[in-house]
Design a protein around this ligand. Structure first.
Ligand SMILES: [Zn+2]
Length: 283
């Protein structure tokens, strides 16, 4: 069972720095393992497929601290392999809400579905032993999003708030008008720029890693401003890498969010719902 999900797919891993691994599942969710002298930080846990704990414990024998970039279930599903997880306060509410009955099954088959959640705060520094990681609050895609800045590797892990495919803005726990989300996202990107001397690469959770920081931050800030000003270029088709149009049709996982729009500028792309459709909780 080690290294396989329920379909027989393998987890994959590759080393991206000293004592640092990127782990991925069949959906190419990128999970990161940062190994310090005292403990290791696991950034996100996938959707709960397979036995992530066994897989991780084959890489390191250090105690694992699970940290979630935000509370969406494709980042928290595997948390139930461990008794504790750390995340920002706003992520707690929806961190245990599976996207499907299959996710629920995976989640409940692990030893700690009632795992304890500990809250992280903006600016907090986590010491892994000879390796410090700073928590930077950047919630826009999701209210509880954080970036994690690894001083040693000079790497910034950004969850779903920056990526090469598209940043989804319609999956917030509490919907907002698109211009308000754009303003929040822009402030967050500018906040990451203030830390710019401390990292060389950005490592998102989906759709291609790593990203060169300056072009992406610059393009996302420009796109956010264009959306605020009502002049952003809208794509004819909402489909993209990791976000096929099939998923938006009736019966697909994104069909319930109403009419979606893709706005683009150079390397930046966001998808939003004009109707500000409320993210439907499963329970
Ligand atoms: Zn997300």
């Amino acid at each position: 069972m080690v290294n396989q999900d329920e379909y027989g797919n393998l987890f994959g891993k590759w080393q991206i720095g000293e004592d640092t691994w990127c782990i991925t599942n069949r959906w190419q969710n990128f999970i990161y393992l940062l190994i310090g002298e005292e403990k290791a930080m696991l950034i996100d846990t996938g959707s709960g497929e397979g036995n992530l704990r066994d897989f991780v414990e084959n890489i390191t024998d250090k105690p694992i601290m699970v940290v979630n970039t935000h509370g969406h279930f494709d980042h928290t599903g595997g948390n139930s392999c461990w008794p504790d997880a750390w995340m920002k306060k706003e992520a707690v509410e929806y961190a245990k809400e599976p996207f499907s009955p299959l996710h629920q099954e995976w989640f409940e088959s692990k030893p700690y579905p009632d795992y304890q959640i500990h809250e992280l705060s903006d600016g907090e520094i986590i010491d892994l032993g000879g390796r410090k990681v700073e928590v930077i609050a950047i919630g826009a895609h999701s209210e509880g999003s954080i970036a994690l800045l690894d001083y040693n590797l000079r790497a910034l892990f950004t969850g779903d708030e920056i990526e090469s495919g598209q940043v989804l803005w319609f999956v917030r726990d509490r919907p907002l008008p698109v211009k308000e989300i754009a303003a929040i996202h822009k402030r967050n990107m500018e906040k990451l720029l203030t830390y710019r001397k401390k990292y060389d690469w950005i490592w998102p959770s989906h759709n291609g890693v790593p990203l060169l920081p300056d072009p992406y931050l610059e393009d996302y800030i420009a796109l956010d401003q264009q959306i605020i000003d009502g002049v952003a270029k809208v794509a004819e088709n909402t489909g993209g890498l990791g976000f096929p149009t099939e998923t938006q049709k009736a019966g697909g996982p994104f069909a319930e969010y109403g009419n979606l729009t893709r706005a683009e500028y150079r390397r930046a792309s966001v998808i939003y719902s004009e109707e500000g459709y409320e993210y439907r909780r499963k329970k």
